[in-house]
Write a protein that binds this ligand. Structure first.
Ligand code: PLP
Length: 437
């Protein structure tokens, strides 16, 4: 977040005049019939185009290194070369990986569903242990709305946990899991959290890797490394290797580390993968065999031929960065221009993140205003992620978080959308200040 800016002391008349000005600008915008969208973290067409050469890359050669014909059934764990790529990406041994499906969300859902209904390896299903009580998950918030939807879909109670600039508040996390053995998991987006952009500090990763030793049975860390290589800066912050730390602490069964190429190659036609202990991988693979007679190995082979190794991925992601960086810079310019150095009623008019990677900027209005801002921008043709979406049950206790996602729109659209956004924020902040003053 930007530091609280210095005080700017407008008097009431000036504030009223400014509010009138903003209202008439807003009226003009209403008549423009804008249709802009800053809601979802989708790659832009230019980013997708970076991978067009994947189409046809196999050139009729469907065989893997070990001679498997990718056109046929089988290979539930993924083809060996894709498992190697996933292992290098996540930082573990290929034997600890499973590559399957097009979506990491699907794998996460399967892991949670499986632990809930059946249990990994010799573990007892969470639902059986809970009996008539509810299983609970810790949800660092603000967080990723689709994680929360998985819990809601499975009837798992969500407990919000505070996010700090070092990751989840670990004092809170440890106290909660120690006190309640029915807390069975925690959602983590460790590098460039969605939406705060936070990168978990080494000490946080250390403490998370030991949770399995203090939590109830069969606790699971869903380590969603969705933005592992999605940097916006040239010298990205490091992230400690949870798989390695968990191996050292004897807690590897407690971790599912997950990633995908959704925002590296094609969103929706990428390759998803997961790493854990070998025994978890083998039980998960047998569970997945009820759902499919094998993953899309042709897509895996295409990905391996295109992405090759970590170094090639890094060079490829530099091209993504070149497309994304100007968009994030433009958002920052608008926020700086509108709010840097401005406070009202002794409080910054807005606070926001300057992410080093990922897909989002998190903006905080003064308390109680996010919903109003989002409905005003929506009425003016600028769609934003619904207020509260980044909180369990859609409930942002301060009604202040707004997630901005500038990856998909073109620069001129971001420019237009941010003008509307900053205007609406200023308008509702002034209105509230004048009402309370
Ligand atoms: C944190 C996080 N995890 C997972 C996903 C979805 O990934 P996939 O397309 O691999 O399901 C997203 C997409 O926005 C995300 O932000």
């Amino acid at each position: 977040m930007n530091p609280e800016s210095s005080f700017s002391n407008d008097n009431r008349e000036q504030l009223e005049a400014r509010l009138q000005q903003l209202k008439s600008s807003y009226e003009q915008i209403l008549s423009q019939g804008l249709a802009l969208d800053l809601t979802r973290g989708k790659p832009s067409t230019a980013q997708l185009t970076l991978c067009d050469s994947m189409d046809g890359i196999l050139n009729g050669n469907y065989l893997t290194e070990n001679g498997t014909d990718c056109r046929n059934y089988g290979g539930g764990l993924g083809i060996p070369e894709a498992r190697k790529l996933a292992a290098d990406y996540l930082g573990c041994d290929p034997k600890q990986t499973l590559v399957g499906g097009n979506s990491s969300l699907q794998l996460m859902y399967q892991c949670v569903l499986y632990s809930h209904l059946f249990g990994d390896a010799d573990a007892e299903a969470w639902s059986r242990e809970a009996g008539s009580d509810k299983i609970k998950f810790l949800c660092p918030a603000p967080g990723y709305d689709r994680h929360f939807s998985v819990c809601e879909a499975l009837g798992i109670e969500m407990i919000p946990v505070a996010m700090t600039d070092r990751g989840p508040d670990m004092d809170q996390v440890e106290a909660l899991v120690q006190a309640d053995p029915l807390i069975k998991g925690i959602w983590c987006v460790p590098r460039y959290s969605n939406p705060s952009g936070v990168v978990y500090a080494d000490s946080t990763v250390q403490r998370i890797s030991k949770l399995g030793n203090i939590a109830g049975n069969n606790f699971r860390i869903i380590w969603d490394n969705a933005y592992a290589v999605h940097h916006l800066v040239d010298e990205p912050p490091e992230l400690a290797n949870i798989l390695e730390l968990s191996r050292q602490h004897g807690t590897l069964d407690n971790v599912y580390a997950i990633g995908s190429t959704s925002k590296i190659t094609f969103a929706g036609a990428g390759m998803a993968f997961l790493a854990s202990s070998e025994s978890n991988i083998s039980t998960l693979a047998s569970h997945l065999s009820y759902l499919t007679i094998g993953p899309d190995k042709i897509n895996q082979l295409r990905h391996v031929k295109f992405l090759k190794d970590n170094n090639t991925i890094k060079n490829h992601m530099d091209q993504h960065k070149a497309i994304l960086r100007p968009k994030f810079d433009l958002v920052q310019q608008h926020l700086d221009k509108a709010f840097a150095g401005k406070s009202l009623n002794g409080e910054a008019m807005g606070r926001w993140t300057i992410p080093k990677g990922g897909y989002f900027v998190l903006f905080d209005t003064q308390p109680g205003l996010a919903q109003q801002v989002i409905s005003l921008t929506g009425a003016a043709g600028v769609k934003l992620t619904p207020a509260g979406a980044t909180w369990p049950y859609g409930n942002d206790p301060n009604d202040s978080n707004i997630r901005l996602a500038p990856s998909f729109p073109e620069l001129h659209e971001i420019d237009a959308a941010m003008k509307v956004f900053t205007l609406c924020v200023e308008m509702v902040t002034l209105e509230q200040a004048l009402q309370s003053g």
